[in-house]
Ligand binder design. Structure first.
Ligand SMILES: C[S@@+](CC[C@H](N)C(=O)[O-])C[C@H]1O[C@@H](n2cnc3c(N)ncnc32)[C@H](O)[C@@H]1O
Length: 210
């Protein structure tokens, strides 16, 4: 449990930590009333993020992606479009048999510190460029319909977020399978009350992959 100021603002995404460690950390932040500020860059790494990652969550996502990819080890890659700082892609890559690419339009609407290795590309352009075997979208902007355009392509896709807080609810008119993850954590959660708002929704995926 964080004890001093520096521990409270440590970079929780510096490495992939266990669910229990991450959950405890955010429970402590919530008691201080600091969750939103922390997720808006008030942390020693200046990270600005929506989904909060932990080992169990990343492993369960990786498992579905690997099943979708099947046995072939070569191209095409996995693409995280709208990746923000690309941390999910970095956490996933060691667990995935294919190259994982992170892209984002980096259009200046968010205070995200995008690393140079996250390629500046609109989501649909990124899909045209890389023809990915699997697509990940994490917290697309509220009312964005890009997720719908992506799902219509028929490529296996993981949509991470909250149906009422990001993207467009019409996306759920397409068939989907919710993971109902026990490990999904986000900036909008109430950690003490155990009210969790996000999940992974799989589109164009076979039930046996999940
Ligand atoms: C709410 S942030 C989420 C960032 C990150 N995935 C997370 O969970 O913290 C949305 C991100 O999507 C990017 N974005 C929005 N529309 C996009 C588009 N059409 N193509 C590519 N990136 C886009 C924004 O630049 C921003 O980085």
């Amino acid at each position: 449990m964080p004890s001093n100021h520096q521990d409270v603002y440590q970079d929780i995404h510096a490495k992939l930590r266990s669910y229990s460690e991450v959950y405890k950390f955010f429970t402590n932040l919530e008691q201080r009333g600091d969750v939103k500020r922390y997720c808006n860059g008030s942390n020693i790494a200046g990270r600005w993020f929506f989904q909060i990652f932990n080992r169990e969550f990343v492993e369960e996502l990786a498992q579905v992606i690997n099943r979708a990819l099947g046995r072939r080890r070569k191209n095409p890659p996995v693409l995280e479009a709208m990746s923000g700082d690309g941390r999910l892609t970095e956490f996933l890559q060691p667990l995935i048999k294919r190259r994982c690419i992170a892209t984002d339009s980096k259009d200046g609407r968010y205070n995200i510190g995008y690393p140079k290795w996250v390629e500046k590309l609109d989501a649909m352009e990124a899909i045209s460029k890389y023809s990915p075997a699997f697509i990940i979208i994490c917290w697309e902007p509220y009312l964005s319909t890009t997720g719908i355009d992506i799902v219509k392509l028929g490529t296996p896709t993981a949509w991470i977020g909250n149906p009422r807080m990001c993207g467009h609810t019409d996306i759920f008119e397409h068939p989907y399978i919710p993971l109902q993850s026990k490990y999904a954590l986000s900036r909008h959660d109430y950690f003490l009350a155990k009210e969790f708002k996000s999940d992974i929704f799989f589109f164009n995926c076979k039930p046996e992959w999940i």
